[in-house]
Structures are given as structure tokens and as C-alpha cells.
Design a protein around this ligand. Sequence first.
Ligand code: ADP
Ligand code: MG
Length: 479
Amino acid sequence: MVELTLWRDVVKELKPKIKRADMLVWFQGTGIQRREDKKVVIGLPSIFAQDWFNKRYKLDILDAFKSLGEEIDEIEFEIDSSLIEEAGEGIDMRDFLKSTETKARKVPNKQEVKFTSHVPGEQPMVSRMLNDKYRLDNFVIGSDSRLAHAACSAVAKKPGSAYNPLFVYGDVGLGKTHLLQGTGNAILEYNPHMMVVYCTAEKFTNEIVQAIQKNNVKGFRNRYRRADCLIIDDVQFLAKKSRTQEEFFHTFNELYDDGKQIIISSDKPPKELAGIEERLVSRFEMGMIVDVNFPDYETCLAILHKKCQEMEMLIPTEVIDFIACNVHNSIRELEGVLVQAIAQAQLENSTPTVNSVAKIMKKLGKINLVTEPEEFVAAQTTKRATSCTDVINIVAGYFKVEPEDIVGAKRAREIMIPRQVCMYLLRNDFNFSFEKIGEEFGGRNHTTAMHAYKKMVKSLKTDHKLVQDVNAVKREIGL
Ligand code: ADP
Ligand code: MG
């Protein structure tokens, strides 16, 4: 477990000295690993980060600790790849920057909402944090997760009455925690006064053990009873823990009988949960059961694009394609490779390439490449060479203009529209980078292509004739 409160203060001290983009890339997921007397060990999730931090940030970090009045005279960095894997453990920089940039925050931070027990003399319990970065609206919906997402949205709108309990299952790294926390966040958005408690089954177990030790099981029960929505993540962890299961059974019943929402996740469907009592299994089966699966290629691409957007990074499309082609186990892995690729590129002041990403995947060791980089690039260039000319020819034919004019410099409306249609299709359906489109269109700047693309996206929302034209062209291309 990393220590975050002090680390947030340190990062706040560093903020004026470090570029925003660097903060987003390098500090994401970091945290204080441990303290040994006057030494602090900082955990870094990226395999490239150690040198970078040693060279650039060490002294500043030391100063920051000192100016916060901490007696520290040594800083050490340690690579801890579990900080990426255990999503949400380290500092979330997007969230951090957002919260430090909005000045007066009137609404209390959800993570700080107190879940008070109201039992005199007892410690109020702080609700297990809901991380703002997990939202239902930044969960990319693919065909494999449509049902799970829809169920979560329904629960968020009508907690306690849509589906109760909601049970989400699937392998690791496929978005269960994201969906659960996203639902919790959405419930709070609709009903700011509700008490939403998110807790991993592991934490729930630890709390019971502590309550038993302190002879305060009653206090524990009272606290949980106040939740309007209880979210228990990774319930398989309760296997064979009969005392915890018993407590959970009672908590479940009480909340359920009061019409409070319960959301559970697990790595298996209820029936296959070994070591969980039958009476709990049958309760898990009372509501809605949905699963999450590894998404199809297009959804993987969309997720990667979304993550790039969130990190405010522009990554060449072929690099994104290459990652999506080669990662087949979990979305966490997909994201992990992307983050490492960005970190390395920053370090070397370059842009990630298919080759550099392939190296990273090999270094991470977990991923067997389906396509070698050379093969991948070769396949892409042949596809591109034919498709680009094809697209231009077909569009030119459809709009009855000359292909040379489309790539040329003429600015008449009859030419501009087909040109924009071409650029849009190349970007949208052939995943060309804007740079590449610029090149293909008489060496124009990539911003021209980007502008054309954005303009098309906007026009397609209102201009029905244009939509018809684009669809007709797509049919001719065979899309
Ligand atoms: P699980 O709890 O199933 O192990 P997580 O919810 O922790 O998986 O997901 C792993 C990572 O993948 C998280 O960073 C999450 O935001 C991301 N992720 C998973 N599914 C999606 C999706 N459909 N859209 C966007 N991000 C996703
Ligand atoms: Mg999880």
C-alpha cells in the first residue's frame, strides 16, 4: 500500500516547477512506498522512470519534503510494476491536477465524504475511496461490455430498484473495478447525499478481523448499515472465510431488505464460486448477473485512443494499432504498454514507434507478439499505398472531379468537399495519422488534415446530404 496524503502535498510543492505534460506522464501512479528513518522510498510504475527521476526530480523532491517540515535527507526510487497493475493505488495525476486547478471547491471531494457511524465514542469511518477517474462515461462500450455497462447505468439511475444485487464478473483487468466505481460515482452525481461505500472484499475482511480483535463487531455492523449503496469488489476473496461470509450475509440481508443497492464483482459467476456458502451464492443470483470480456479489436483501439486523450498525448495511429493487435489478455495490459511507450518517448524526446513499442512489450515479458514489427509495418504500407489512391479515385469518381485536383491546391467548394471527405475517411476508416494524410495530399501540414477531419465530424452531425454522400462512397470502397 502506498502512502498518498503526504505524497500529494509533495507533488503540490513540485507543481510550479514541472511542466503539466511531464507531471501527467511521470507522476501518474507514483506514491511513497515506505519510510526508513530519514530516507523515503518512492515507488514508480514505469520501467524507464528511475533514471529520469534521479536526474531531474530528486533534488526538488527532497526540497519539497523539507519545506513541508519533514526530516528527510535521502530519497530513493524504486520501480514497482504492481503500481500499474493495481490500478488506482498510486496518485492519479489527472484527478490531482484537476482538483488543484479549480480554486474554490465548494462541493466536498467525494473521496473525503465521511461515512460516520453515529455511535458515540466511536471513530467515524471514512468511506473507501471512489476514484474519480473511473466513470461510466469514460468506459468505452464494446459489444462485449454493452450489457454490463447498461446494467450499471440503470442501477446508477435507480439505485435499489433497477437490479439488486448487480453482480459483475470476468477475468482480471477487464474493467470490473472501473464499472463498479463508475456506478458509485454516477450514483453520487445523481444523488449527492447518498452514502456510497466502495470496499474490496479484502478490506472488508480485514475490517472484520480488526473489529473482532477490538471486540467491536457491533460497531462494524452499524457502520455498514448506513450505506445507501454497498459495492464489494472481488468477492471471490471471501472464499473459505466463514466468519467474514457470515457478517457479509447479515449486512447483505439488512441492506437488501431496506431497499439499498448492492453491487458485487467477482472473477467467476456465482455458481462457480468455490468456498462461498450456498446461501450467499443464492443471494448473488437474485438480481442481475452480467459479465465483462476482452473486447474486440475496434474497442481496444477506441480504449487506447481514449487513454491518449486523457493523458493529453498524440500517439501515431500505427503504434496504437500495433498495441491493439498484440495485446490479448487484459485492458490493464493494453494500458500498461501504452503508458510505458509514452514514458519512454518522453525520456528520449521522441515519438513512440512500432519498433520501440515492440521492444517494450518484449521487455515487459508478458506479451507474445502476434505480429513482428517489420511484418506489421510492411502490411500497413501496402494497405496504405493501395487504399489511399483507391479512396481518392473513388471519391473523385463519386463527386465527378479529378483525383489530381483533390490532392492539389484548388480551393473551390466542388473540390474542398471531396477533399475533406477523403481526409475524413482516411483518418476514420483507415486509421491514417494526420501527418500521413498531410503528406499524401501534396505535403500539406498535418493540422490541415486535422482541421478537415474535425470539420467533417461536425458537419456529419447536421448535414444529411453529406452523410448520404459519405455512406455512398463508403459502400463503393467496400467499407
Ligand atoms: P478489473 O477490476 O476487472 O481487474 P479494472 O477495472 O481495474 O479491471 O480495469 C483495468 C484498467 O483498464 C483500468 O485502468 C480501467 O480504467 C481500464 N478499462 C477497462 N475496461 C475499460 C473500458 N471498457 N474502457 C475504458 N477503460 C477500461
Ligand atoms: Mg478490480
